[in-house]
Write a protein that binds this ligand. Structure first.
Ligand SMILES: C[S@@+](CC[C@H](N)C(=O)[O-])C[C@H]1O[C@@H](n2cnc3c(N)ncnc32)[C@H](O)[C@@H]1O
Length: 203
């Protein structure tokens, strides 16, 4: 697996265990309504009722459209937040900076979401390879972000980059994960800037 982030790039200002940082639930949103509405719209465009969804690095809200999905699996670091998320049928807690293997079957998701969180990954190539494995043929992965973050927990390689260079970095993550194609979506300069990289299934 090619390393995209150097050891220096993956450093965090707070190098303590991420589970400690996320021990207390935060029942807040991490972007403004303009951003979140655009995210819901994008999910609606790339998925349909009956799909199986995996919401990686989730919390108490998933911003999914009001579709009747077959199944929504959530993942995060705070169990109380995940338990409060009424879109999730099931969830698991796992620190991706310790263990990148997903306890999910190959091809089991039609839509994979990772919202406002990719900046916290220290081993993104391994995580994205797992994203590719669990994504079904003709499935879609949506990795979204804005210019907000918990700065002490974002990797140095993220903090140092401009928004466009962050998007290019996420595209590299997808490429390292074996995804065949990505599309960059940017929008809404008057609100929190909306950035998403949308990846299709590995060939
Ligand atoms: C800013 S919150 C975003 C949560 C949610 N996706 C949203 O849009 O509201 C960042 C999330 O990343 C997840 N996260 C951070 N560090 C992580 C790690 N090392 N392993 C797994 N998940 C992590 C946590 O679950 C946390 O809720």
């Amino acid at each position: 697996m090619p390393a995209i982030l150097s050891d220096r790039d993956r450093q965090k200002l707070d190098d303590g265990d991420d589970r400690t940082f996320y021990r207390s639930p935060r029942f807040v949103t991490h972007a403004d309504d303009g951003f979140l509405d655009r995210l819901t719209e994008l999910y609606a465009e790339v998925s349909e009722p009956g799909d199986r969804v995996f919401d990686a690095m989730s919390s108490w809200v998933s911003f999914l459209p009001a579709y009747d999905y077959e199944q929504v699996v959530g993942h995060g670091l705070n169990e109380e937040e995940l338990a409060a998320n009424d879109r999730l049928d099931e969830y698991f807690v796992q620190n991706f900076n310790h263990d990148q293997s997903l306890p999910l079957d190959t091809d089991e998701s039609d839509l994979l979401c990772c919202a406002l969180s990719v900046q916290y990954l220290q081993y993104p190539a391994d995580v994205f390879a797992e994203f590719g494995r669990v994504l079904a043929p003709d499935g879609t992965a949506v990795v979204s972000f804005t210019n907000r973050m918990f700065p002490t927990k974002a990797v140095r390689g993220w903090r140092q980059r401009s928004m466009d260079k962050r998007a290019a970095l996420v595209e590299q993550y997808f490429e390292a994960g074996g995804f065949a194609e990505t599309t960059r979506v940017t929008d809404q300069p008057e609100t929190d800037p909306f950035y998403a990289v949308v990846g299709s299934h590995p060939e």
